[in-house]
Design a protein around this ligand. Sequence first.
Ligand SMILES: C[S@@+](CC[C@H](N)C(=O)[O-])C[C@H]1O[C@@H](n2cnc3c(N)ncnc32)[C@H](O)[C@@H]1O
Length: 490
Amino acid sequence: MTELDKRLFDKKVQITCLTLTGIKVSQVLPIIKKYLFKTEHFKPIQHGENGVNIFLNPEVVKEWSSFPTETQKALKDLNLSEANLKSADHTLTYDNFSVEDVLKAILPTDKEGKYLKFHKSEVLFDKVPGCKSVVNKVNMIDNTYRNFKMEVLKGVDDMLTTVKENSCTFKFDFSKVYWNSRLCTEHERIVKMLNPGDVLFDVFAGVGPFALPAAKKKCQVYANDLNPESFDWLVYNAKANKIDDKYFKSFNKDGGDFIKQDMKELLPNLLRDKKNVYIVMNLPALAVEFLSNFVGLLSESAIPETVKPPTVFVYCFAKGEDYNNIAKNLVVDGFGFDASDKIVELFRVRTVSSMKEMMRVKIRLDGDVLSGDVGKKRKLEDGLDVERMGKNKKINNVFKVAGAKSLKLKAKAKAIKNDLKNIKVKTKIKTTEIDKALVLLQDKVRQSPAPVQKPEVSQKSKLPTVNKEQALETQKKSNEAMENLDKMQL
Ligand SMILES: C[S@@+](CC[C@H](N)C(=O)[O-])C[C@H]1O[C@@H](n2cnc3c(N)ncnc32)[C@H](O)[C@@H]1O
């Protein structure tokens, strides 16, 4: 049985009906509005031969006495009585049931779950207006570009789709880029906060749900995404929505590079021009890791103290009950110093699953963050605290490292390990070069009948600049560091 038999949904019901003759619907409606029979493809107010029929929910109103006394009185004041209330036979069909009702009716009987996907897709295909295909996610979103593999359950095998959101149209291939219609309200909330002339840096822009409505609003937008497919659709959608080039610039690079290169170059002038600068970072699984890029970003530019600090909206997933504190700690860890006084607002965007909230953290990027002074100062203060409070404080700090900061440290250790690996390889190459050069030199010296002084000088100049002892020392140090890291089991 893979066919959904829609006739099984045909159902005879008795619906209570209040008939009005010579009375306006507008007089009665305020009194009985909450009792109307509401279901799909059914009009609860219909014109009949004997007047206007108002159909009422039979589960609530079966007879006149079902109305509370005040309602009965209000209806009597309009000359309506028990005589106006009747039950009428009606056949409900598949069309009258909502998606939820249909699924509820199917699911309990589908114990094996074998036909579940099929039934769901069939119902959704029928009930969602304009539905072209129904797809099923076959894996979790865990890749860099946040898209997922899908199987087509119903309709055409074509993932090219167009959606409308916040007065823009977005076209994209759903199998290759990230899109989530559940974020529509959040996109709208952010765009509403912006005013024409404001500046928006969208670090993880996707196909443009923040960026394009903002640019349409005449904000100056710099939108970036690493996924080449997203980038192409972002550019396409900007054109399709007739976004003026002067308000919109797109980038296709890693978010960290976008901050360290393009934002670093653009920010000083924007701040001097007293622009309101907003930075949106919607990559909840990873975005906090990019926050450290802001520390000292403008250390080389002279930024007056009076500038308006840029505002960052960074998204993260808080897994646990105390979602505000969890989000705050993620941000602090991301910055690498106690940035709690830079946090302006913690906002719960949506519940992803039980104990997993998507959070938006609003951060003020003050001058001391951009200059890097805050990082230096607070690290110094941490050190003083440790000294002041003696051994116990030190022990506490060790536990802190092993706990909340371990993830970040692990990532850093990984990066250091990679760097050391590179150094090791480079050192090996250099040592081999030096060995070869020395062998050559020795041969030449041996073969040379003349005094060794001159050739020695000329041969020396051919040698790489690092001497062998230095190279061996570097290799020894990197080996030691690698061993230490391995011991830490990071
Ligand atoms: C969760 S989606 C958000 C897209 C869009 N801003 C939205 O609200 O729907 C995150 C986006 O970040 C992009 N991305 C992932 N890693 C990135 C990185 N390192 N640098 C820049 N973009 C990245 C993905 O391709 C994806 O489009």
